[in-house]
Write a protein that binds this ligand. Structure first.
Ligand code: NAI
Length: 552
C-alpha cells in the first residue's frame, strides 16, 4: 500500500500511522519531528504497552472499546495485537463481547467505521457508495440488524457486527484490511427500547413491508456490482426468512453468500464429520434433529444434504435423515405454517410439541441447537439422547453464551461422559470423574475468513455451497488425533491463521477446478494463498517520501 500523505495527516491515518515506531529518517522525511515523542520504539515494545494497558481494564467490554480505539489510530498495531494471541483476543473483538457491544452500540460509539445507508436514500445508493475512499473493495459485510446473534432485532446497534466480522477476515485468514467495507442498511427497527433511546443511532421508524426492503436491497446489490466490480457481498444477521430469501435471490447472479446460512453450515458440517470419525461411523449413517428451523438451521440442513449427495445419496434420501423442530413443534407434513424452504424437512410424523417425545420417536444420533433458546437442551433431552445412543452428539450452537442450548458440564454430566459436544461459543475445559473433556467451538470464524481469503486470492465470481462444504471438510481434517480423542471437534484457535491458510488453499483449488477464478491457476496453492496474506508490519517510508508528495 502507498500513500502521498505526510505530516499530521499521515499520523492521523490509521493505515500508515506507526506511532512511536517511526525512525529518525522517516520523521525527517515525513515532516513529523516534534509531533510524537522523540523515541523510536520496536513493535514489540508497542505491543507490550498495549498488553499492559489492556491488563488494567476490568471488563471485556472495556478491552473491546480500547481495541477499537487502537484500530482507529493504528491499524497495524491493532492487528499485531489480536494476531499475537487469537485465542485470547477473538472473544474480545468478536463473540461473546460483541454481543454486549452491540446492545450498547449507541452508548459506546466513538467514531464512524464503515458505511451507513438508510432506506430513505433509495435512488442514490450508487453515488453514496462512491463516497467510500477505497476504490477496490473486495468484501462488504452487510446487515440490516434484523437478527443480531441470538438477540433479535437490534436495528442500528447491529452495525457492530459487520465491523467485527470483517476484522476476523484479517485476523484469522490474513485478508488485507483495506479491501473490507462494513455496511449497515438502515430500514428501521421494531425494537421499542431503541426507538425510544435518545442515543440510538438509527432511523426512528418501524421496519417496512418486505417488498420495500427487498427493493432497497436490490438497488444496493446492483450498485455494488457497478461501483466495486470485484466485490463479494457477505450477508450477516438478517432475520431467518430474509437471509434465506435474499441469498436465493442473488446467489446465481452475483458473488454473494450468507454466513449465518452457509458459514454456520460449513462449521457444523466440520463438527459432524469429526463426530462421525470419533464414533467410527459415516456421515450418511447419522440421523439429525434440529431445534430451530431459521436461517442457521435451514442453511445447515441444505448444506448437509448437498454434502450427503456428494457422498452418493439422492437428495430425497439426504432430506429423509433430517428432522426439524421449531417454536411450534416438530416440522411435519400436516403443518400449515411452514415457509417454502422448510417444507423438504417436514416428513410424515404425528404432530408433537414435545422435544423429548420427538427424540424418542425419531431416534436421532445428533441434535443441533439453533433455536436462540438458552437451556433448551434440558437434562431430560440429554438423557433421552443417551438412552438411544452410545455416543450422543450434542451441538448447542446458539449464541451469545447464555443462549447456548446447554453447557458442556451439563452435556457431559447428564450423559455420564458419553456426549460428543460442541457449542457456538467457547467454553472452558471440563473435568468429570477424573477425565478431561475439550468442548470445541463451532464458530463460523474457522470458515468464512478462509473462504473469503480463497475468493480474494482467486477473484472468484461466485461463492458456492461446494466451497463451504470443502472448507468444512478441510477444517475437520486439521484436528490432531490426540485432541479429537479428547472430544475436540475443531482445531485449536491458537494457530488459527495457519489452519485457515490451509483451508483457503483447498477452497481456492475448488474455485479453479470449477472455472470460477478470474486469475491464472498457480502451481502451489498454499504458496499462492500465502502471497496474499496481510502481515501486521509497518511500512518503511523512503527518505524521498516528502519530495514525492511535493512532486505529486
Ligand atoms: P432465526 O431467528 O432465523 O431462527 C430461530 C429458530 O428457532 C426459529 O425456527 C424458531 O421457530 C426457533 N425457536 C425459537 N424459539 C424456540 C423454542 N422455544 N423451541 C423451539 N424452537 C424455537 O435464527 P437463526 O439465524 O437461525 O440463528 C439461530 C441461532 O443460531 C442464534 O442464536 C445464532 O446466534 C446462532 N448461530 C450460531 C452460529 C455459530 O457459529 N455457532 C452461526 C449462526 C447462527
Amino acid at each position: 500500500m502507498k500513500t502521498n500523505k505526510n505530516g499530521i495527516e499521515l499520523l492521523q491515518d490509521p493505515a500508515f500511522n506507526k506511532s512511536t515506531a517511526f525512525t529518525e529518517e522517516e520523521k525527517q522525511a515525513l515532516g513529523i519531528v516534534g509531533l510524537i515523542p522523540d523515541v523510536t520504539e520496536t513493535e514489540e515494545a508497542q505491543l507490550s504497552r498495549v498488553l499492559m494497558q489492556l491488563s488494567h481494564k476490568s471488563t471485556d467490554l472495556e478491552r473491546y472499546i480500547y481495541l477499537v480505539n487502537l484500530l482507529d489510530h493504528n491499524e497495524t498495531l491493532f492487528y499485531r495485537t489480536i494476531m499475537s494471541d487469537p485465542a485470547r483476543f477473538l472473544p474480545i473483538v468478536y463473540d461473546p463481547t460483541i454481543a454486549e457491544a452491540c446492545l450498547k452500540f449507541g452508548h459506546i460509539y466513538r467514531q464512524a467505521r464503515g458505511m451507513y445507508l438508510s432506506i430513505t436514500r433509495r435512488g442514490k445508493v450508487k453515488e453514496i457508495l462512491k463516497n467510500w475512499p477505497q476504490k477496490d473493495v473486495r468484501f462488504i459485510c452487510v446487515t440490516d440488524g434484523g437478527r443480531i446473534l441470538g438477540l433479535g432485532d437490534l436495528g442500528a446497534n447491529g452495525a457492530g457486527i459487520p465491523i467485527g466480522k470483517l476484522q476476523l477476515y484479517t485476523a484469522c485468514a490474513g485478508v488485507p484490511p483495506q479491501y473490507l467495507l462494513p455496511m449497515y442498511l438502515d430500514a428501521g427497527t421494531n425494537n421499542e427500547q431503541y426507538l425510544h433511546d435518545p442515543l440510538y443511532l438509527g432511523m426512528r421508524r418501524t421496519r417496512p413491508p418486505t417488498r420495500e426492503l427487498y427493493s432497497f436491497v436490490d438497488e444496493f446489490v446492483e450498485a455494488v456490482q457497478e461501483v466495486f466490480p470485484k466485490c463479494c457481498i457477505h450477508f450477516e444477521d438478517w432475520t431467518g426468512v430474509d437471509a434465506v430469501h435474499l441469498l436465493k435471490r442473488y446467489r446465481d447472479k452475483y458473488c454473494v453468500y450468507n454466513d449465518d446460512v452457509q458459514g454456520t453450515a460449513g462449521i457444523t458440517l466440520a463438527g459432524m464429520i469429526n463426530a462421525a470419525r470419533l464414533k467410527g461411523t459415516k456421515l450418511r449413517d447419522e440421523k439429525y434433529l434440529f431445534l430451530g428451523a431459521g436461517s442457521a438451521g435451514i442453511g445447515l440442513a441444505d448444506l448437509l444434504c448437498s454434502a450427503l449427495v456428494l457422498k452418493g445419496l439422492s437428495l430425497e434420501e439426504a432430506q429423509s435423515r433430517i428432522y426439524m423442530f421449531d417454536i411450534n413443534g416438530l416440522l411435519e407434513s400436516t403443518r400449515t405454517d411452514l415457509v417454502d424452504f422448510q417444507k423438504p424437512y417436514a416428513h410424515k410424523h404425528a404432530p408433537t410439541r414435545d422435544f423429548v417425545a420427538a427424540i424418542e420417536s425419531i431416534k436421532p444420533t445428533t441434535i443441533i441447537g439453533v433455536s436462540t433458546v438458552g437451556g433448551a437442551f434440558t437434562q431430560k433431552v440429554v438423557e433421552a439422547m443417551s438412552r438411544i445412543n452410545e455416543r450422543p452428539v450434542i451441538l448447542a450452537l446458539s449464541n451469545p453464551t447464555e443462549k447456548a442450548e446447554c453447557t458442556p458440564e451439563q452435556a457431559y454430566a447428564w450423559s455420564n461422559g458419553k456426549a460428543i459436544y460442541a457449542a457456538g461459543v467457547q467454553f472452558a475445559t471440563v473435568r468429570l470423574n477424573g477425565k478431561t473433556f475439550l468442548p470445541g467451538q463451532a464458530n463460523n470464524f474457522y470458515i468464512f475468513p478462509a473462504v473469503g481469503m480463497a475468493i480474494f486470492a482467486t477473484q472468484a465470481t461466485r461463492a458456492t455451497d461446494e466451497m463451504f462444504i470443502e472448507a468444512g471438510q478441510a477444517v475437520a481434517d486439521q484436528v490432531p488425533k490426540d485432541l479429537l480423542d479428547q472430544g475436540l471437534l475443531y482445531p485449536l484457535q491458537s494457530n488459527i491463521l495457519e489452519t485457515e491458510i490451509k483451508t483457503a488453499a483447498r477452497v481456492a483449488k475448488l474455485v479453479f477446478d470449477s472455472g470460477l477464478a478470474r486469475v491464472d491457476r498457480p502451481k502451489d496453492m498454499v504458496a499462492f494463498i500465502q502471497q496474499h496474506v496481510y502481515k501486521p508490519e509497518y511500512e518503511t517510508f523512503p527518505a524521498s517520501h516528502s519530495q514525492t508528495k511535493r512532486a505529486a
